[in-house]
Design a protein around this ligand. Structure first.
Ligand SMILES: NC(=O)C1=CN([C@@H]2O[C@H](COP(=O)(O)OP(=O)(O)OC[C@H]3O[C@@H](n4cnc5c(N)ncnc54)[C@H](OP(=O)(O)O)[C@@H]3O)[C@@H](O)[C@H]2O)C=CC1
Ligand SMILES: O=C(O)[C@@H]1CCC=N1
Length: 304
């Protein structure tokens, strides 16, 4: 087997388990293609899509949602994987082993690129199931990928140092040319960064779970507005747009402390509200939530 895996243009992308996260990635990529996204300087892009699910109702949902642009496989998932060039694994971590060791799956995955979005499941755990002939990469996207406002962190396997006795068992190492191919997928649906795998549990908590944490803050701000007499829909719009605006200012290079200061008039209402937040230990509560979620994420790959 060559150590260079080359992906052809208009390749087939298979979503092996296509639930919330798989559909978010699929929707974002399809939307980007329908709005004219093309490959830059020879980076291959997907041209055909297959989605594997378990239940008929999920198959029907995918057929209806994507209006025939996605082929659905309810059974014979190995066959669907065999027809693909790149596979995104999107099942719950506890189903990983069952799905990847299904009949014919190892052979179907041989010589393919497998991108796992599973929380807490290491490249090594997956590589041990699929064997050395599959290139395994991890990605941690989040649900805003669905509207192409996602955040994805991608980790490549660390190259193993070959020793003469084990060289034939070493997994395929991703060729540098695969990076742009993977980056293309996730940068179509938001921001994408590469980080070492040791950081992925923290990223799972911060950006993977993050939309849930952000929505608690958003709901709480909305509640406050409603309490003070604003109609719910108005309060929610104000909260969401304000969070988006502040976040965009940070992404454009402003420091959050500077934004906070510039809003806080001496003796004004903002500093009054901020002190109540500090009394409620909001910072340590949120930071500790990320800590707890990271710890839980790190154990998800070991659950059966
Ligand atoms: N949800 C999120 O925000 C994020 C999730 N993740 C990770 O993504 C992964 C999936 O999570 P999520 O999308 O929320 O989960 P879902 O439950 O929404 O999706 C799981 C999918 O797996 C399918 N499935 C179940 N059994 C099989 C099988 N035997 N063969 C093929 N497909 C099967 C289900 O099919 P069916 O629909 O027919 O039941 C379903 O479509 C998890 O590992 C999670 O850690 C990562 C980042 C964020
Ligand atoms: O809660 C979970 O386990 C998954 C991983 C990141 C977001 N949702």
């Amino acid at each position: 087997m060559s150590t260079e895996l080359s992906i052809k243009n208009y390749y087939t992308l298979c979503m092996l388990a296509c639930g919330t996260m798989g559909s978010a990635v699929l929707s974002g990529v399809l939307d980007s293609l329908s709005t004219g996204a093309t490959a830059a300087s020879g980076i291959p892009i997907p041209g055909k899509f297959v989605a594997c699910v378990k239940r008929q109702e999920s198959a029907d949902r995918i057929t209806t949602t994507y209006a025939g642009k996605v082929e659905v496989a309810l059974h014979q998932h190995a066959q669907a994987v065999a027809s693909a060039d790149v596979v995104i694994l999107g099942c719950k971590p506890q189903l990983c082993e069952e799905i990847l060791s299904g009949k014919g799956m190892k052979e179907a995955l041989s010589g393919k690129l497998l991108i796992s979005v599973l929380a807490g499941t290491t490249i090594k755990q997956i590589q041990d199931i699929v064997g050395p002939d599959t290139i395994v990469v991890r990605a941690m996207p989040n649900t805003p990928c669905k509207i192409r406002q996602g955040m994805t962190v991608i980790s490549f396997p660390t190259p193993a140092s070959p020793s003469s006795s084990t060289v034939s068992l070493l997994p395929l190492t991703p060729a540098p040319s695969l990076k742009p191919t993977i980056q293309w997928i996730f940068s179509q649906i938001g921001r994408a960064v590469f980080l070492e795998e040791k950081h992925l549990d923290a990223c799972t908590a911060l950006s993977g779970s993050g939309p849930a944490f952000a929505c608690v803050m958003l709901e709480a701000m909305t509640d406050g507005g409603v309490m003070m007499g604003l109609p719910f829909a108005v309060a929610q719009e104000l909260a969401a747009q304000t969070m988006q605006g502040a976040a965009r200012m940070v992404l454009e290079g402003n420091h959050p402390a500077q934004i906070r200061n510039s809003v806080s008039t001496p003796g004004g209402c903002t500093i009054g509200g901020l002190l109540v937040m500090e009394d409620g230990k909001i910072r340590s509560t949120i930071a500790r939530s990320i800590q707890e979620a990271t710890n839980i994420a790190s154990s998800l790959g070991n659950k059966k």
